[in-house]
Design a protein around this ligand. Structure first.
Ligand code: F3S
Length: 64
């Protein structure tokens, strides 16, 4: 499973990084989120799926 954060949509709400802190990192410059690794580790899948649903901007997408 791969994860992508649309930098145009991300508004830095930080929910993704709170729900899945091992999977997302926030930029110190603009606060935007990006995946730590676009290939989601098996033990992170559940949290990453939760993060996708939590993002108010719908900025996070998954591909199988
Ligand atoms: Fe950005 Fe959504 Fe996370 S707006 S910081 S991807 S919760």
């Amino acid at each position: 499973m791969k994860v992508h954060v649309d930098q145009e949509r991300c508004q830095g709400h930080t929910l993704c990084a709170m729900i899945a802190p091992k999977a997302f990192e926030l930029s110190e410059i603009d606060g935007h989120s990006s995946p730590v690794d676009e290939n989601v580790a098996d033990d992170q899948e559940e949290q990453v799926r939760e993060a996708v649903h939590s993002c108010p901007e719908r900025a996070i997408t998954l591909t199988e």
